[in-house]
Ligand binder design. Structure first.
Ligand SMILES: C[S@@+](CC[C@H](N)C(=O)[O-])C[C@H]1O[C@@H](n2cnc3c(N)ncnc32)[C@H](O)[C@@H]1O
Length: 366
């Protein structure tokens, strides 16, 4: 029988998608308060079991479940050392713990940003393991790189596994490594693996005009993967900038007359800014504003040093970002361009979630 599963702070459902791909899990509940992200979830997995509401307003189902997944959002983590358990910023953690204590899953998984491991919230969680709310659980935590699990992206993430199965569950073993140098693993997947073949000149700059009704409101959608291959209209100055930046390069490749004042005055740091991807490597972390080149390494990798005609001077499209985040072509989307970008950048890459789900299944079934 499939393991019943709750996804908290579900976003568009990247994590659920990975568990779906692994097989053996049945989502029985999801909670997400953003109506556009919740609509994307509903369009892919069904509206029947997702609650579009503040988690604080949602009752845990009155039944035990097998698995809880999800991660409270990272905004407002307090620094290590601030141990005030009544700090309002801890309230989302308390909601996650409430669901765990009320539904007593065999296993729970928390995904979060790298710096979570140095936050007061992480301390709070560990304190609950011995004699606290998580007394029945054994915790394992570590930093996983999505690229090590077949995702074409170097996205480091803190993963915590809680087990009520009598023993701690180790983190899943890596399946990929740089150049396959770790015996038994395949080489990292690359940007080329993810986006080769997509048109270099997107045909549209807007999403199609259509709406769908979820949670008693009309939202833009439902959009297919191909609808997300949307271009932008950069200024001439932006195009001149992009043209100076080779793969792996960034703002430090710009001539003085193309520098903004803030870059001219800031000679060090923020090395990814205005960065161009490399075909033969995984991308860097895809964040929620990947459509702004000044926010990271988001320029298209095609750039021929000898032939200016053979350069693609634009940022990646939403479709390319979704592919780098490992979403399958069958995944559909709801929301405006900005809202969909947020969903893509916030998601757990399905490939990483699938590796975790496949690994957990053997423990749950045993
Ligand atoms: C990092 S994202 C989750 C990504 C998701 N795990 C995935 O794989 O697609 C965190 C989500 O928590 C949602 N969220 C934040 N506060 C919330 C609250 N009080 N109640 C419900 N959802 C909330 C945000 O809207 C956001 O979509």
């Amino acid at each position: 029988m499939d393991a019943s599963m709750i996804d908290l702070f579900a976003g568009c459902g990247g994590m659920t998608e990975g568990f779906r791909q692994a097989g053996g899990y049945k989502p029985v509940m999801a909670v997400e308060w953003d109506p556009y992200a919740a609509s994307t979830y509903a369009a892919n997995f069904g509206e029947d079991h997702i609650r579009c509401a503040d988690i604080a307003e949602v009752d845990a189902p009155g039944i035990d479940v097998d698995v809880i997944i999800g991660g409270p959002p990272c905004q407002g983590f307090s620094n290590l050392g601030s141990k005030d358990v009544d700090d309002p910023r801890n309230k989302l953690w308390k909601q996650y713990l409430r669901f765990v204590t009320e539904t007593r899953p065999k296993v729970f998984v928390i995904e979060n940003v790298e710096r979570f491991r140095r936050s007061a919230e992480f301390e709070l969680l560990k304190q609950e393991e011995h004699g606290g709310l998580l007394d029945e659980y054994k915790l394992t935590s570590g930093l996983l790189l999505a690229a090590d699990y077949g995702v074409p992206q170097r996205r480091p993430r803190t993963i915590i596994i809680g087990s009520r199965l009598g023993k701690a569950i180790p983190l899943p073993p890596a399946t990929h490594s740089e150049n396959g140098r770790v015996p038994g693993t395949e080489p990292w997947r690359t940007v080329a693996d993810a986006i080769t073949g997509l048109p270099s000149k997107p045909a549209h700059t807007t999403l199609p005009t259509s709406t769908v009704r979820f949670f008693e409101r009309d939202v833009p959608g439902i959009f297919k993967a191909a609808d997300l291959h949307i271009g932008r209209q950069p200024t001439q100055r932006s195009l001149e900038r992009y043209d100076c930046i080779p793969p792996g390069g960034g703002r430090f490749d710009l001539p003085d007359h193309l520098l903004s004042n803030c870059w001219r005055n800031k000679r060090t740091g923020t090395t990814d800014v205005m960065g161009r991807m490399r075909w033969d490597r995984p991308s860097l972390t895809i964040r929620t504003e990947f459509f702004k080149p000044e926010k990271g390494q988001y320029l298209h990798p095609q750039w021929d040093p000898n032939d200016p005609q053979n350069r693609v001077n634009r940022v990646i499209t939403h479709l390319e970002a979704a592919r780098l985040q490992d979403f399958p072509v069958s995944f559909v989307w709801c929301g405006s361009k900005i809202e969909i970008a947020k969903q893509i950048g916030n998601a757990v890459p399905p490939g990483l979630a699938k590796a975790i789900a496949t690994h957990l299944r053997q423990y749950i079934e045993a």
